[in-house]
Design a protein around this ligand. Structure first.
Ligand code: FES
Length: 222
């Protein structure tokens, strides 16, 4: 399970992130999220606003982004809610990074289906590149977290890297994905199994076959 501890509140942290604000573009997005909720319920937008904040910090640091305390304080103030309520949300969900991360945050699923299908090899391949839980690799490229099931058990083992999932992995397939990312390329996302489309059975689909190439409408046949 990933550690859910916020980064130490130091003078350096305050120096770097004190006075942080949304960009004009993100302020517009934040206000759009807030308007989705009834008057007086603006606090309900805390999750998308934390996500926006993390992405902006990511863009400013060329990393996946994280949430320094002054940034979370800004979000709390933006929504008129106590900082402790924001911290309750940010420390609960692993989608929020509470410490600096690398350009690519490799989250490896180590739960039973992935473990039975080889997640130990995936973790070993990550470690070979200098990835270690709670650390950013020396080249600034990689962060590593072992996480619980991410809902891709049918295509285990899998990892999530920033916003994308890579599935049906072997150590070699993961290496190819990581090499491509390090080279500034966008590798194919989803299953890495040759010939597999999404999560259909090995050997091809057995039901809804007309859906393979297009969004076929079966309703007339019911
Ligand atoms: S156990 Fe790994 S995605 Fe479900």
């Amino acid at each position: 399970m990933a550690a859910r501890k916020i980064a130490a509140d130091t003078p350096e942290l305050r120096e770097r992130w004190g006075g942080w604000t949304f960009t004009e573009e993100n302020r517009a997005k934040a206000d759009w999220h807030i308007k989705k909720y009834p008057e007086g319920r603006q606090k309900s937008a805390v999750m998308p606003l934390l996500d926006l904040a993390q992405r902006q910090v990511g863009a400013e640091t060329d990393t996946q982004g994280w949430l320094p305390l002054p940034v979370m304080e800004y979000v709390a103030e933006y929504l008129g809610m106590p900082i402790i309520r924001v911290l309750e949300v940010a420390t609960f969900y692993t989608m929020y990074n509470l410490e600096p991360v690398g350009k690519f945050h490799v989250q490896v699923c180590g739960t039973t289906p992935c473990m039975l299908r080889g997640s130990d090899d995936i973790i070993a391949a990550c470690k070979k590149r200098g990835m270690k839980a709670g650390h950013v690799s020396d080249d600034g490229l990689w962060s590593f977290t072992e996480v619980e099931c991410m809902g891709n058990c049918a295509t285990a083992p899998m990892v999530q890297i920033n916003d994308d999932n890579y599935e049906d992995l072997t150590a070699e397939r993961l290496d190819s994905v990581l090499d491509a990312l390090a080279a500034g390329e966008q590798p194919k996302t989803g299953t890495q199994e040759p010939g597999r489309h999404t999560s259909e059975p090995a050997g091809g689909p057995t039901t809804l076959k007309d859906m393979v190439t297009e969004n076929y409408d079966y309703r007339g046949e019911w």
